[in-house]
Design a protein around this ligand. Sequence first.
Ligand code: KG4
Ligand code: ZN
Length: 339
Amino acid sequence: MSIMERIILGIESSCDDTSIAIVNSNLNVVVMETVSQISVHTLFGGVVPEIAARNHIAYIFPLLDRIMKSSNIKPKDIDAIAVTRRPGLIGSLLVGVMAAKGLSLGWNIPLIGVNHLDGHIASAFLNRKKSPDKPYLSLIVSGGHTSIVEVTEDGQRTISQTLDDAAGEAYDKVSKMAGLGYPGGPVIDKLAQKGDPDKYDLPYLLKGGKHTNATFFSYSGIKSAMKRVLDNEKNIVLEDLMATFQIRVVELIERRLESAISKGKYSALVVSGGVSANSQVRKVATALADKHDLELYLPELKYCQDNGAMIAASAFERLEQSDFDSLDFAVNPTVRPGK
Ligand code: KG4
Ligand code: ZN
């Protein structure tokens, strides 16, 4: 480690992944450990908040021990502790935040409470040589969010967000309806890649008519359309049906991105969140960046899902400004802009 290099310990526990990482100021991941709770929540078809919070309590300190031992980094080497403070499940958030506060107090290390969405954006900068120049356009697509945000030197402006379900939530709900389990994204993506998207007739989302100039997302319509097909049609070829579903979901993302790109002047397109692992999302983002001559930032697959490295990475600007939080900061389950 060079003398000037600074490191942040990042803690993520806002939903069902317990994850801790150490990241250096070049945004290289020094070490990361994640415990996924999918195998537990899959039994219930979705995340059960109380179970998630209890598991975070069980995992968080053994995980920290492993990180500290395997990296051989001492608490005195750590420049700040970053932790997700919003948005998320309240019990889950509390576990990470209380652990971070305890460590901050015990080790005498400054504390930075971060917005999970800023973390997702930073996930695309991990292990890259540089971060994008501002202004850039950011698409966050996950189980909780579908939004397009303009990031400038002055802050962030939301251009598009969903009125109802997030894209990942639509995958998860459709998967549950089709008996494919939780989480739905990876399994539907796999089926879709083997299917023919022209075999089923599903409507384009928010296209034409009163929606011509709309900027928002909405995925409740496609969910109902999928329910109708699944309930009424016989001998369904899931590969073909999911191929059409995936094309429709991602086509709306593509249309909204194209419109946002045409209205501004951006250096880069940054795509992140659990659904940024999707094969069609990655294909569309790559084509759009190419067409509009934008630098493309897509996270490595292992940083698409919730993780501690992205939380640490998102805190470096605040470390540089010594913009720390006091020990009495609150968790907040809702989405609100800011820190
Ligand atoms: O970012 P994330 O780990 O958690 C949230 O903050 O929501 O995202 C999880 C979401 C789930 O809804 C999951 O089904 C979806 O990301 N997902 C995918 C894929 N992999 C994960 N959705 C579509 N295609 C995928 N390959
Ligand atoms: Zn997330």
